[in-house]
Design a binder for this molecule. Structure first.
Ligand code: TYD
Length: 132
């Protein structure tokens, strides 16, 4: 499975906490794009795609949600629920995001610019791609 849960370097003191990632040091790619997901709803799932070439780091800045990760052979579930944990998802991983808490906010660091051609949005095509 091409994913990993990372503990983010965090500095805490009596003022609060600060977490940091540096490209090519704490995460394995240069960051070309940052986007965020907010105003989510518990019964609305998202994702349902894989990326042919893109890698991502996802952080739940607030709230929680469940990631379903699938490499075409096995399917695993991971909860993201802390801003000092990050989910790394590599190439060719099917992902679904479910069970968002109200007000969940996800920040995503991506290894490349947005390119719809690089998405696989059909699960059967994904299975064919990864199993060939
Ligand atoms: P979508 O892929 O449906 O989001 P999710 O992965 O959370 O299910 O993206 C929603 C819309 O936003 C879709 O029309 C594509 C657009 N979009 C961009 O234009 N640029 C981006 O960087 C991203 C991630 C999405």
């Amino acid at each position: 499975m091409n994913y990993k849960l990372l503990n983010i370097k965090t500095f805490g003191d009596n003022r609060g906490k600060l977490s940091v990632v540096e490209a090519l040091r704490d995460i394995p790619f240069e960051i070309k794009r940052v986007y965020w997901i907010f105003d989510t709803l518990p019964d609305e799932s998202r994702g349902f795609h894989a990326h042919k070439n893109m890698e991502q780091i996802i952080v739940a800045m607030d709230g929680a949600c469940q990631f379903v990760l699938d490499d075409g052979k096995t399917r695993e579930q991971v909860w993201l629920n802390r801003p000092d944990k990050a989910l790394y998802i590599g190439k060719n991983m099917w992902r679904e995001m479910k069970h968002f808490s109200y007000g969940c906010k996800l920040m995503i660091l991506a290894s490349d610019y947005y390119d719809e051609k690089e998405y696989i949005r059909d699960y059967n095509i994904f299975l064919k791609e990864v199993n060939k």
